[in-house]
Design a protein around this ligand. Structure first.
Ligand code: ATP
Length: 301
């Protein structure tokens, strides 16, 4: 794997506040990574460090092999950034806005129509002032701005807040396409549920410290949280339901929590006679569950 971003023991202190401490991780080409944490956990600070907008108090940040705060402008051209709250000049049209950012970034904006199409902004909207745009359209324009110059690294701070479900799906489809072409995508988010199945890897930060880093499966293995198995028996008197493991829930269902290493055996047992069941569902720990687990673990330390 090719690392495009590397943080080594990075800390950032503001007057009296340690926004991030001893932070190390690498992001790879083609990887979509979710950076999650409470308000004030240090997510935006990490993004600003990667952009070279601020310098670390200690440790080293490398982006495409260079220090983004002092390195070549060429490196910053290969970075795309969507800030948490996008604010544009309201009297400029979408097209003028994009041309402005393209000049700032010193990249060509010849393929602007293709970019509008890619983020789902209609050509007629591109020529309207931004003040007439809905929140979703502004977010799309923000994304178009971040995509200028075909960045190798995209840093997106809370990119889907304020987007309706259809726009969100669109947005994630675009992210999948970009990562398929080798772009590193970092998404900072509070919306844990929607990140499941979208991010290859999750980094959880709390009070400036990294408390977990891995794929969802890896985090599940480390956390060892139980899987919830829910069944609807054909008949309440089914053998095995009285052994204390199964709890009756709504609508004639029974539920059991099972440790990862016992899961297969219990499924085998409960499905041994298919005629005894009318339904079965399995719920693995969600990212929300894992997040709470790692946060509680840190609080207990
Ligand atoms: N310029 C600054 N001066 C002083 N303190 C700052 C500055 N920027 C951030 N901080 C502090 O550093 C900590 C981390 O802030 P940061 O904005 O990185 O968190 P965040 O995880 O992005 O939060 P949110 O989800 O609310 O955006 C907070 O305690 C914040 O108050």
């Amino acid at each position: 794997m090719t690392a495009t971003v590397e943080l080594t023991r990075v800390s950032k202190r503001y007057a009296g506040i340690e926004a991030t401490r001893d932070m190390s991780f690498a992001l790879n080409a083609g990887e979509t990574v979710a950076l999650v944490g409470h308000n004030g956990a240090g997510k935006t600070t990490l993004i600003k460090l990667m952009l070279g907008l601020i310098r670390p108090t200690g440790g080293a940040v490398r982006v495409l092999g260079e220090d983004p705060a002092t390195g070549d402008f060429a490196v910053r051209q290969r970075l795309g950034y969507l800030p948490e709250s996008v604010s544009f000049h309201m009297t400029l049209t979408g097209r003028e806005t994009l041309a402005f950012y393209a000049r700032l970034k010193r990249v060509t904006h010849a393929a602007m129509d293709a970019l509008f199409e890619r983020v789902g902004l209609a050509p007629e909207a591109a020529d309207r002032p931004v003040r007439t745009y809905s929140k979703g359209m502004r977010q799309r324009l923000g994304l178009a701005q971040a995509l200028l110059g075909e960045p190798r690294i995209l840093l997106l701070d809370e990119p889907t807040s304020g987007l309706d479900p259809a726009l969100r799906r669109n947005f994630y489809d675009l992210i999948t396409e970009l990562s398929g072409r080798g772009t590193t995508v970092l998404l900072s988010s509070h919306a844990l549920t929607e990140l499941e199945g979208r991010a290859d890897r999750v980094i959880i930060v709390n009070r400036g410290v990294k408390i977990a880093d891995g794929t969802l499966d890896e985090l599940r293995r480390i956390a060892r949280l139980p899987t919830r198995i829910s069944i609807r028996p054909a008949n309440d008197a089914s053998p095995g339901l009285a052994d204390g493991r199964w709890n009756r829930t709504a609508q004639g269902r029974f539920e059991a929590e099972v440790a990862p290493e016992e899961k297969i055996a219990l499924l085998h047992e409960v499905t041994a006679n298919p005629a005894m069941l009318t339904d079965l569902s399995i719920a693995e720990p969600t990212l929300d569950d894992l997040y709470a687990h790692f946060l509680n673990g840190q609080a207990a330390q």
